[in-house]
Ligand binder design. Structure first.
Ligand code: BES
Ligand code: MN
Ligand code: MN
Length: 456
């Protein structure tokens, strides 16, 4: 629409500057040293919503970090879009690998480099700017509610409680989220699913103190050796997970579904080259797209124990630990899989050690419909702004709250992400292409327009 294009052209630089301001706030939710910064970021989001034209916005305190809520009710008879996003970010370490400060955003080669540039400040803020564009040009087709949280990266546990307590206020027709990836600017796509997550921590304890590895080595079980062996046994020679009954509830895709999934553009050589690996790895019998989109996985996220300082220390350590996460697919539940893991891991421990298993936060998998009005509106919005129909894909990441939108609020979600898989989210040198940021702001108003038209 011409008014939108004009408004965009006149305000482009400011849209970018305002995002950079938000990226300067180190809103790291996992680290309590940043608590005040997280709160400051929530305030900044609230102020941005007010400036953009919401009727009201407020900071909703929780037992953890605050949630920012804002709304504009244009006309109660219009459909309502609930926009969800998060303003918290992952820790920036390892700092030495960043080419510029994680909270000192720079633009290089058309890309914004900063922690949160893509995940999720950049993507969340597209909705604030798209809303401003619609509000200031008097073209809001739907009522809009914003719920922007500060604890997504630590499991959204307080947001679940907020949903329960605010069912009335959060009444809407659809949840719209930009916190996922698309294939590329040439091949726009819409994710139609997210994996669930079961996150475990394990500790293996051997002797009651660290020992001299010469005096005792070979005679006493070394907890690190044992832990490594136990972890290695969790995959078989075909890279299947060996936990009994782990796959029992996993649906096999039909041949037609597999064919459809694998028609998405994907270049294995490019994928490998970009990651600096000679070969991909994974469950035998499945393609890379199937492995990341439709199959459950088990990965060690961290492992520690013994001596890791400078030089050599001949020690037989008393303890070893690891953090292990599993990505889940439909019909697997995080509680059930956590329990299976715990039982299995304890059962494979040799007598010379004791094993402690604890579960961290989890999340349930989701599949979003592709035959709904909302999906069709998103597809048409992308067709309008990109000139191409989006390809439906299955995403490998997790946004645990999405399953609760359905179970608590009865709401379906549209995952309209504009990130790219190589945006380095959670990694040093996270980036978001300025072009993707602007494309998102351009596309979102069409979603509101088409969703309202198709809902009539
Ligand atoms: N935005 C991501 C999830 C994501 C990324 C989905 C890319 C699809 C494509 C989200 O912020 C995230 O990082 N989620 C965590 C889970 C959370 C409980 C820490 C994840 O997937 O590891
Ligand atoms: Mn995210
Ligand atoms: Mn994230």
């Amino acid at each position: 629409m011409q008014v939108w294009n004009d408004y965009m052209l006149q305000n482009k630089e400011r849209f970018l500057d305002e995002l950079l301001d938000l990226l300067r706030i180190p809103s790291v939710s996992a680290d309590s040293a940043y608590k005040a910064d997280v709160a400051r970021c929530a305030d900044a989001v609230k102020e941005n919503l007010l400036k953009a034209g919401v009727d009201k916005a407020e900071i909703c305190p929780t037992d953890g970090h605050p949630i920012v809520y804002g709304e504009k009710i244009v006309d109660p008879s219009l459909p309502t879009v609930l926009v969800y996003g998060h303003y918290d970010v992952q820790p920036a370490d390892p700092l030495e690998l960043w080419h510029s400060g994680p909270f000192e955003p720079v633009i290089k080669d058309g890309k914004i480099f900063a922690r949160g540039a893509c995940d999720d400040k950049g993507q969340m803020f597209m909705h604030v700017k798209a809303f401003e564009l619609m509000a200031k040009t008097d073209s809001l087709a739907c009522n809009v509610k914003f719920m922007i949280e500060g604890e997504e990266e630590v499991g959204s546990s307080n947001l679940g409680i907020f949903l329960e307590k605010n069912k009335g206020r959060l009444k809407a027709d659809i949840v719209l989220v930009s916190d996922t990836s698309m294939i590329s600017m040439e091949h726009p796509s819409l994710e139609t699913g997210l994996r669930g997550l079961a996150y475990m921590e394990v500790e293996v304890v051997g002797p009651n103190r660290d020992l001299h590895s010469g005096v005792y080595g070979g005679a006493v079980a070394n907890p690190i050796n044992i832990l490594c062996k136990m972890i290695a046994s969790l995959h078989d020679e075909n890279n299947h997970i060996t936990i009994p009954t782990f796959y029992d509830k996993v649906d096999e895709l039909t041949t037609a579904e597999r064919t459809a999934l694998n028609t998405a553009p994907f270049d294995l050589k490019e994928y490998q080259d970009e990651l600096g690996i000679k070969e991909v790895w994974g469950e035998k019998g499945y393609t890379t797209l199937e492995r990341t989109g439709t199959r459950p996985t088990l990965d060690v996220n961290g492992i520690w124990g013994g001596y890791t300082g400078e030089g050599a220390k001949t020690v037989l350590p008393s303890k070893a630990s690891a953090k292990i996460s599993m990505r889940l697919v439909p019909h697997q539940t995080s509680d059930e899989i956590s329990a299976l893991f715990q039982k299995h891991f304890e059962s494979i421990a040799p007598a010379g050690v004791t094993v402690k298993v604890t579960a961290h936060h989890g999340g349930e998998p989701v599949v979003t419909p592709t035959d709904s009005i909302a999906y069709k509106a998103a597809a048409k919005a992308i067709q309008t702004s990109f000139g191409k129909d989006p390809i439906p894909t299955r995403g490998g990441g997790s946004i645990p709250i999405v399953a609760l939108f359905e179970s608590t609020l009865g709401l379906k979600t549209v995952l309209m992400g504009f990130g790219l898989d190589n945006d380095n989210i959670h990694s040093p040198n996270e980036k978001y292409d300025v072009a993707n940021y602007y494309k998102g702001i351009e596309t979102i108003p069409y979603f509101h327009k088409y969703f309202a038209e198709m809902s009539k």
